[in-house]
Design a protein around this ligand. Structure first.
Ligand SMILES: [Mn+2]
Length: 559
């Protein structure tokens, strides 16, 4: 992408360098992530169980754990209701696996994305009742399901809510609520994900029963933690880090099958493999058919069955890619005729499950707020994605009378709207956005960790960079700049010549570089010219060989 501004961090002083006992570039990268003492360094590089918070700091945890242990003693049937994205699915897997391992009969329930939508569904309450459930636990949702939990109460089922979403209304009348974002929560780490919150319940229960947590619990937790764009520090970093490590070394039938169909190497699974390889596959069934398939795979204990599930998921993921690509091309055609400061795209036939993907990609590419709409009935569905400093929820809130339903975060939201109101809403949204956008910068800023010579990249320094994983918010993947690379070759690659591949030379050494989705910038460069390149180093496995490749964020001709 072409960035408006490059922001290159200063190198650290000698005193930081000697405090961390690491060379200057390494120290600079760590300092940029708030690490300035040996203690912080130790905790960051080797997150330990001891550094997590006591789960009993949640106000309701003690009574929740006692209730669960009573349910185990009385052989009660337990229902788990989880959201349909990777966070909710992995949280459902954590609770289901943990309780089944303790001998419980558990019925997990995942709602259909379009037919049932977010939050506890009335269908599920009936489903649980029919199966003799007496205790329901929600995962990654529930904090605004007042009516549904009232119904459960009426049918003599008790509910434990585990959620990490902030509630705007009154809290439902549940037996217990575990939620780090609850107003007045005493729990010290507010950034837990849905699965992280479910993990804390399991951690508390197992410690109450004096038992060790099975490795599966950590592995499942890593998925939701990495997929929900929470802060990748503190307990989230521990869960993702430990989960990844255990995944590399333990057999977990369902996940192993997913790794196989994705063509990844289990022993070297990285954050990127998770974010771009496994998590999109886990999300695919929920987008195109039913997320239940992914839960069945994650929890599968039979490799024949897991093979069938993972092949089905692979097929759905391929479909998801095709459907998204087609829709993206239709969206580009619509954008051509727009010059507003916000982007509207839509087609009646777009699958509602991919609207968020489309809006997200366009927002990133055009650096504008985007609304993607679909539906052929009277009620249309829409997903909206934003850019930093433009608070979608605030803007949409000013358009509230137009919506049937609406919700989300400052960066991502969704709503349903009557077809006849779409045109007026669009005008209103444009007007309101115009004011808000006057305070937002016109282009994104690229944050660069350090200027380096690419000769700095050795197996040793690449190993150091690997030790900083998992990346995420608060701990972004290290990004570097090298000035004055000579272009010795370049070409467009991929479908529709989407990407730009470059061969670059620096002090006599040659480097492969790829700029994803920047094929259209081919006219900016010529062989023999010099460019300043912002990139992330990556190791590429090809034909059994490891190659260094520079993943290019942006480039400019050297001035
Ligand atoms: Mn979540």
């Amino acid at each position: 992408m072409k960035y408006q501004k490059w922001n290159i961090a200063d190198r650290v002083s000698d005193s930081v360098e000697s405090a961390l006992s690491l060379p200057n570039i390494e120290s600079t990268i760590l300092y940029n992530r708030g690490i300035d003492s040996p203690e912080k360094l130790q905790e960051f590089l080797f997150p330990q169980d001891q550094s997590t918070n006591d789960p009993f700091l949640f106000e309701d945890m003690e009574k929740v754990v006692k209730r669960l242990s009573q349910a185990l003693d009385n052989r009660e049937i337990i229902g788990i209701f989880g959201d349909f994205d990777t966070d909710g699915l992995s949280g459902t897997a954590v609770l289901t696996f943990a309780l089944q391992s303790l001998g419980s009969i558990v019925f997990p329930y995942i709602p259909h994305r379009v037919d049932e939508g977010h939050g506890v569904s009335l269908n599920s309450i009936e489903f649980f009742k029919d199966r003799g459930v007496s205790l329901i636990i929600t995962v990654d949702c529930g904090i605004s399901s007042i009516e549904e939990i009232d119904l459960a109460n009426k049918l003599n089922m008790e509910t434990i809510i585990s959620d990490h979403h902030t509630s705007v209304d009154v809290v439902p009348d549940a037996f217990g609520v575990i939620n780090p974002s609850l107003l007045g929560s005493q729990y010290p780490f507010q950034h837990l994900t849905g699965v992280g919150t479910a993990f804390k319940i399991v951690e508390a229960l197992y410690s109450y029963l004096n038992m060790e947590l099975p490795p599966e619990i950590y592995v499942f937790s890593a998925f939701g933690t990495l997929s929900d764009v929470g802060l990748m520090l503190g307990e989230n970093r521990l869960l993702a880090h430990k989960g990844l490590q255990l995944l590399r070394s333990h057999e977990i039938i369902g996940i192993d099958e997913l790794i196989r169909v994705a063509g990844l190497q289990k022993r070297r699974i990285s954050t990127q493999d998770m974010s771009f390889g496994l998590i999109p596959r886990i999300n695919a069934p929920g987008r195109l058919s039913h997320a239940r398939l992914s839960l069945d795979l994650i929890l599968s204990k039979n490799s024949e069955e897991a093979k069938i599930f993972s092949n089905e998921i692979e097929e759905l993921n391929k479909q998801r890619q095709v459907v998204t690509e087609t829709a993206m091309n239709e969206a580009y055609a619509q954008i051509k005729s727009q010059d507003e400061s916000v982007i509207f795209v839509g087609k009646p036939h777009w699958n509602p499950g991919i609207l968020g993907l489309i809006a997200g990609r366009l927002a990133e590419e055009f650096y504008k707020p985007v609304i993607a709409v679909s539906g052929s009935g009277e009620i249309l569905r829409a997903s909206a994605r934003s850019i930093p400093d433009f608070n979608l929820i605030q803007v949409l809130d000013l358009c509230k009378p137009f919506f049937e339903k609406f919700g989300g975060h400052p960066m991502a939201a969704g709503f349903t709207i009557k077809r006849d109101l779409l045109k007026d809403f669009r005008e209103k949204f444009n007007d309101v956005s115009f004011e808000f956008l006057s305070n937002v910068s016109k282009g994104p800023t690229l944050i660069v960790d350090a200027e380096i010579s690419p000769l700095w990249l050795t197996s040793e320094t690449l190993g150091f960079l690997e030790s900083l994983e998992p990346y995420g918010k608060g701990n972004p993947e290290p990004t570097f700049i090298t000035k004055k690379f000579e272009i010795i070759d370049f070409r467009q690659v991929g479908n529709d010549k989407k990407h730009l591949k470059m061969t670059l030379m620096f002090e006599g050494r040659v480097f492969d570089a790829i700029a994803f989705r920047q094929g259209n910038r081919v006219l900016e460069i010529k062989n023999g010219e010099f460019v300043d390149v912002v990139f992330k180093p990556a190791i590429n496995f090809w034909n059994g060989k490891e190659n260094l490749e520079l993943i290019v964020d942006d480039f400019r001709l050297t001035s």
